[in-house]
Design a protein around this ligand. Structure first.
Ligand SMILES: [Zn+2]
Ligand SMILES: [Zn+2]
Length: 140
């Protein structure tokens, strides 16, 4: 699978608590397909809550292509009001969601989708405890 940002085949599969996610080794973005999201969040209720919080966004940000169907994805806002929103990419044909580097962690930081902090802990293993550190981070 090609990374929708780097546009080359630099994606690897990572296993997070038995859920496979696609991770780009260059830009550190994460692709979650629809089923993976549900597994990662621990059930349909949580993933519906996340998907239900999406709002269409008007943004000049460049549209990315879905790595599955190669059609342009839509930009959606996730989360509550104001500052805590994240802008992510969603395939309108339900293939999945694209999170740029740090976006998945920010969505999880909102708390409402990851009550026990379980996913944050899994991602913490992956990205160290400080996902905002520079890319040279030795533990990646
Ligand atoms: Zn990439
Ligand atoms: Zn698609």
């Amino acid at each position: 699978m090609d990374c929708p940002v780097c546009k080359k085949n630099v994606m690897i599969v990572l296993e997070l608590d038995e859920v496979e996610v696609d991770y780009c080794t260059e830009c550190e973005g994460i692709w979650l397909d629809a089923g993976e999201l549900e597994l990662l969040l621990g059930g349909a209720t949580a993933s519906d809550a996340l998907l239900g919080s999406f709002q269409a966004a008007n943004t000049p940000e460049k549209k990315r292509k879905c790595p599955i169907c190669l059609r342009k994805m839509e930009k959606v806002l996730v989360g509550g009001q104001g500052e805590s929103q994240e802008l992510i990419d969603r395939c309108g044909h339900n293939h999945g969601l694209w999170f740029d580097r740090g976006e998945l962690q920010n969505v999880l930081k909102m708390g409402q989708f990851d009550d026990a902090g379980r996913i944050k802990a899994l991602l913490g293993d992956l990205f160290c405890s400080e996902p905002d550190k520079e890319k040279q981070n030795p533990c990646i």
